[in-house]
Design a binder for this molecule. Structure first.
Ligand SMILES: Nc1nc2c(ncn2[C@@H]2O[C@H](COP(=O)(O)OP(=O)(O)OP(=O)(O)O)[C@@H](O)[C@H]2O)c(=O)[nH]1
Ligand SMILES: [Mg+2]
Length: 332
């Protein structure tokens, strides 16, 4: 799970002022009061929307204002109310008062709404103040300010696919290619120190959040290397992708790596082994990879249908991998 947070300032609209005005009509020398009321200020409402994937929009829009009410006018015309502003947030968004940290809204259900800032009231025009004793009232009231607040939006992102592998296997290269976002890759172990997250898009605008988990080595469950702490990020993924270096250039074999990875995962949580998974035999472009691929197929013939051979740096085989991942995720 990955946490994304933004802070925004919200200002509901001010109410429009009431108007002081008198009728001026031909042949009626002393027209009565005719000032209209101001309109209500627009309120700000949060709405959970399943089609809103992230909080990105709020990153560019830190101050959000709803429309003010329009002042009243002569001839008893009332001002129009400001439009309410409905702010969409993805399911799973928590809304907190920035100052106190109090939880105001836990947006779970699609389409559920929460009124966060109420718009100001419109002022009264002088028409409202007419009475038998005061037929020409010279008073109107101003609109009131709308409510304001500063809130923190927090979204817990849940990756649907986790890339698992030894350091240097090519996980970051794969996620960079698929998500079209350049994550750091380098020819040394432990390049990735915190999980990288990337959306991968597919036909029809479907998208899946991938997580590139820092490299795992033998003994990670005893805290070797970076340990297994990062595996909590894949606890809720739907599909695991084991990324294995088939070439053996780092002095290990894909067969051994796969066994070690499964063992490490099982030490963390045996349930992870039951998760739907795919295997990637990467670095196929290196000559020695053929041997590694053959050895792997021999050792795990039952995985044939879910094994993909790739040369991630050139992008070879990644389209097929992507199609298979989407297929798995959407069939769950
Ligand atoms: N020849 C070849 N090199 C590759 C391939 N895929 C990745 N590499 C290289 O292997 C090195 C490691 O790739 P990364 O994507 O950084 O590996 P990683 O699994 O993210 O590694 P860590 O972040 O250290 O866990 C980089 O130098 C890549 O350029 C491939 O298919 N063929
Ligand atoms: Mg990496």
């Amino acid at each position: 799970m990955f946490v994304d947070k933004v802070t925004v300032q919200l200002h509901a609209g001010k109410g429009g002022n009431g108007c002081i005005s008198f009728r001026r009509e031909k042949y009626i020398p002393k027209g009565g009061p005719a000032g209209g009321d101001g309109g209500r200020g627009g309120s700000i409402i949060f709405e959970v929307d399943a089609n809103t994937p992230a909080l990105d929009w709020y990153r560019h829009t830190r101050i959000i204002k709803a429309e003010n009410g329009i002042p009243g006018a002569g001839a008893c015309r009332n001002g129009r109310s400001g439009e309410d502003l409905v702010l969409k947030v993805p399911p799973g968004t928590l809304i907190r008062n920035r100052a106190t940290g109090d939880l105001l809204f836990d947006g779970v259900e699609d389409k559920s709404q929460f009124l966060i800032c109420t718009g100001g009231k419109g002022g009264k025009g002088n028409f409202r103040f007419r009475s038998p004793t005061n037929q020409a009232p010279n008073i109107a009231t101003p609109g009131t300010e709308g409510q304001s607040c500063e809130v923190e939006l927090e979204l817990k992102l849940i990756a649907e696919v986790g890339l698992i592998g030894f350091p240097n296997a090519g996980k970051s290269t794969i996620i960079s290619f698929l998500s079209k976002h350049a994550f750091k890759t380098a020819p040394y172990p432990f390049t990735t120190l915190v999980p990288n997250l990337g959306y991968v898009y597919y036909k029809g605008g479907n998208r899946i959040l991938f997580a590139d988990i820092p490299g795992i080595i033998e003994g990670a469950h005893q805290n070797r290397g970076l340990g297994l702490e990062f595996l909590r990020h894949i606890e809720r993924t739907k599909v695991l992708v084991y990324v294995l270096d088939a070439s053996g250039i780092d002095g290990r074999t894909a067969v051994d790596d796969f066994k070690v990875l499964r063992h490490e995962l099982a030490s963390y949580d045996p349930e992870l082994l039951k998760r739907p998974s795919l295997v990637v035999l990467n670095k196929e472009d290196i000559e020695s990879a053929q041997e590694g691929i053959e050895a792997f197929s021999k050792e795990f013939p039952e995985l044939k249908a879910s094994t993909f051979i790739t040369a991630a740096e050139e992008g070879t085989g990644l389209d097929q991998l992507k199609a298979a991942v989407f297929d798995r995720v959407f069939s769950i």
